[in-house]
Design a protein around this ligand. Structure first.
Ligand code: NAD
Length: 443
């Protein structure tokens, strides 16, 4: 099939590459010319494990191309995926302006039937807005071409995006006509050869499903974080509690890890957008209000622990910080807890020397013009002369570090661990002060 992907970001590029991988012809469009140039020169503008080889293979095979020519992209694909950003607006709602611009661009150039697929995460009712926008543009051109609008929310996880796309748990398709449903079945057939993974539903339910899934995951995280804080007060160990809870199959072990809050480009904005939708409906969603409030305080919980140890005046203190991205295996720093932590430490007079295996270029960009943060070449260099280590992202290489080097390089052997990577008892007996989340407070 011939497919156009509008928006070549985390979702669009992965979708385009994976659809090309199974034999389709794919045109990836983006308004960001720099991104297109990087791709056309053989580079990959984002860090996503496994993506580069798929992109290279499919470009070489002539199945995948990148460009910024809107007319050519509309002409190209019988299916047009919209995978542009839907950032939060000031009131917390999802801003769908980029989705509607993409829809209008399609309508300005289309001359035959197209299936227009909304892959961006969008509030319920957006497909209707997309339809209206297209109808208006077609009316201006005095053209009456038929088209379908489909909702196909994306569930991939950054860091495991290729696997998630190639072997999806489920493919949610919201359709209002059989012709579009048939196209989507044909398109996704290669991704569900073992068993049916496609769940076909009405468009509004598909739009809500994406928010429901992310809201549920965010709820589990905030629930565990609040429980972890309670465990600290009660002198209980949240890691033992987690295992005890998770072994109930009705609960399961996934997404029960306490830490320093959720971040990224999806959970924070999707929780906000769902709250906003619920408020607009007049019902509100008290659970989501609490999920967000708990997350905001959890993001800086490590700084509270720093303050309990060092006081609130951190003038002259230097902290090593391991992990900047909002989770491992990505360079994405959108809404990362590290940003809130660094800003608060700097506001209290401290300096930070940070290290992250892949997110440092992005962090340098984000912290441009901010005094008080520098970047180390490796994880141990960051420790040199620091008063303490703060761990924010659970990259694999942080799990079993050289504690001897830590002891030698840190001014005082103090660790604030936002991801519960180490055994408190072991660290105590080896001379460290160790603060983690929801476990006994260090001596
Ligand atoms: P992104 O910011 O990485 O990429 C969006 C791209 O769209 C950018 O490159 C931008 O230049 C481009 N763009 C904007 N307007 C355009 C237009 N009119 N024409 C062509 N290109 C245009 O965003 P993302 O992380 O890929 O997310 C895209 C959508 O998918 C969002 O709604 C997001 O919530 C959702 N989503 C993201 C993830 C994730 O893990 N990143 C997972 C599931 C769903």
């Amino acid at each position: 099939m011939k497919i156009t992907i509008i928006g070549t970001g985390y979702v669009g590029l992965v979708t385009g590459a994976c659809l090309a991988e199974v034999g389709n012809q794919v045109y990836c469009l983006d308004t960001d010319q720099e991104k297109i140039d990087i791709l056309n020169l053989g580079g990959i503008p984002i860090y996503e494990p496994g993506l580069e080889s798929i992109v290279k293979r499919n470009v070489a095979a002539g199945r995948l191309q990148f460009g910024s020519d809107v007319a050519a992209s509309v002409e190209f694909g019988e299916i047009q995926f919209i995978a542009v950003g839907t950032p939060p607006a000031k009131n917390g709602s999802a801003d769908v302006q980029y989705v509607l611009t993409a829809a209008r661009n399609i309508a300005r150039h289309m001359n035959s039937y197209k299936v227009i697929v909304d892959k961006s995460t969008v509030p319920v009712g957006t497909a209707d807005k997309v339809k209206d926008a297209i109808r208006q543009e077609l009316a201006k051109r005095e053209i009456s071409t038929d088209f379908s609008v489909v909702s196909n929310p994306e569930f991939l996880k950054e860091g495991a995006a290729i696997d998630d796309f190639m072997k999806p748990d489920r493919i949610v398709i919201g359709v209002s006509d059989e012709r579009a449903a048939d196209s989507m079945r044909r398109l996704y057939q290669p991704f569900q050869r073992n068993h049916e993974r496609m769940i076909v539903m009405d468009v509004r339910s598909a739009e809500l499903t994406k928010y429901a899934a992310n809201a549920m995951l965010a709820t589990r995280i905030s629930f565990m974080n609040e429980l972890a804080n309670l465990a600290e007060s009660l002198d209980a160990d949240i890691e033992q509690v987690r295992q005890g809870m998770g072994s109930d199959p009705r609960i399961g072990h996934y997404f029960l890890y306490p830490g320093c809050g959720y971040g990224g480009s999806c959970f924070p904005k999707d929780v906000q957008a769902l709250r906003n939708t619920a408020n607009e409906c007049g019902s509100g969603m008290r659970i989501m209000d609490a999920v967000e409030a708990v997350n905001e305080t959890q993001k800086v919980r490590l700084v509270d622990k720093v303050n309990r140890h060092f006081g609130t005046n951190l003038e002259g203190r230097k902290f090593a910080l391991w992990g900047l991205s909002f989770k491992p295996n990505t360079d994405d720093m959108r809404e990362a807890p590290s940003v809130a932590i660094v800003n608060k430490l700097i506001a209290q007079g401290a300096t930070v020397v940070a290290f992250d295996p892949v997110a440092m270029p992005e962090a340098r960009r984000m912290f441009t013009g901010i005094n008080g943060i520098t970047f180390a070449d490796d994880m141990y260099q960051a420790l040199e002369g620091a008063d303490a280590l703060i761990i924010v992202t659970e990259w694999k290489e942080f799990r079993s570090p050289s504690f001897a080097q830590m002891m030698q390089k840190l001014i005082s052997p103090v660790i604030f661990d936002g991801r519960n990577l180490y055994e408190p008892e072991w660290l105590h007996s080896n001379g460290f002060s160790y603060y983690s989340i929801g476990r006994q407070v260090t001596k």
